[in-house]
Design a protein around this ligand. Structure first.
Ligand SMILES: [Zn+2]
Length: 92
């Protein structure tokens, strides 16, 4: 599969986001911690987070740890291979 890039840049490094590896939804508390430094927000909604995109490696740098499958929202198409990324195949 050829790489598909979004016209969206990572809020941390400024490089473009690739759908197959870096287009995903984290649980709000994890996402908000990466974006704002505070683990706020509900853990069950998709509209409660802070807008933006980050590469997975950039999230991990900001959090100071590797992501795990349980950090991703489990039941939405974006995390289930709809655009290429599949959290079920994600390994730290
Ligand atoms: Zn980045």
């Amino acid at each position: 599969m050829s790489a598909v890039y979004l016209n969206v840049k990572c809020a941390a490094c400024g490089l473009r986001i690739r759908t197959t590896t870096d287009y995903y939804v984290l649980k709000n508390r994890v996402w908000n911690k990466a974006m704002t430094g505070k683990a706020t927000g509900k853990n069950n909604g998709l509209c409660d987070g802070v807008d933006g995109q980050l590469h997975i490696v950039c999230v991990e740098k900001r959090l100071g740890r590797e992501l795990r499958q349980r950090d991703f929202e489990p039941d939405i198409p974006l995390n289930l291979g709809f655009m290429g990324f599949d959290y079920r195949k994600f390994e730290p």
